[in-house]
Design a protein. Sequence first.
Length: 268
Amino acid sequence: MTAPALRPTAAFFDLDKTIIAKSSTLAFSKPFQAGGLISRRAVLRSAYAQFVYLVGGADHDQMEKMRQFMSQLCAGWDVATVREIVADTLHNIVDPLVYDEAVSLIEAHRAAGRDVVVVSASGAEVVEPIAEMLGADLVIATRMEIADGKYTGEIAYYAYAEEKARAVRELAEQRDYDLAECYAYSDSVTDTPMLEAVGHAFAVNPDRELRKVAATHDWPVLVFTRPVTLRGRALPPAGPTLAALAVGGAVAVGGVLWASARKRRPDA
């Protein structure tokens, strides 16, 4: 009698302070200034917000303040200019911030045949290139409203807290993931719903509240301490980006999913 085929699985990674050591969006404040998008004062405000984020953790109040700050900051920005700046400065900004331990985990999950999904409250224009650089398969990220090629300052889809968990469950339905055998990693208590959605949850450099939740759920705690330059790692390159795939219920508010067309190895 033939054994039933195993269902596919995935590893879901938060981005900021889980894969990289800072807020991915705020890390680009200086290149945005050089590109004429923001003032020196805004760069200083970004640096302060980064400090508060790193020291205080990303609780709901802090995330709401950051959301409002970034929404107001990007109003009127030219979308093409933002994407060009991110593409031109990506390696210089992100390379020194990527945790070696996170890259090793991504490599291990890919070698085991799991999809790697980056799930982030940061903007898609920043998250997607970073995820592609890391060889991720899919991205769920926040999307800003766009009109006439410019950001309006309004958020079309916010990948945050319970919405992350909802998007993970919906993606699992689309791809037939066995969530009980899936993995998830995050540093923030705001991602508790996403961590609870999978069978193997890990708290990475957790804030104080997530550490308490992890102890209650008996989730392992991982400590990442070694930022590295990806140029020194032999990561398999991601394939060309596919057209965006809709995350069902998010279509009405503009939420989308990015996918890499990277081919699986025969043994994956």
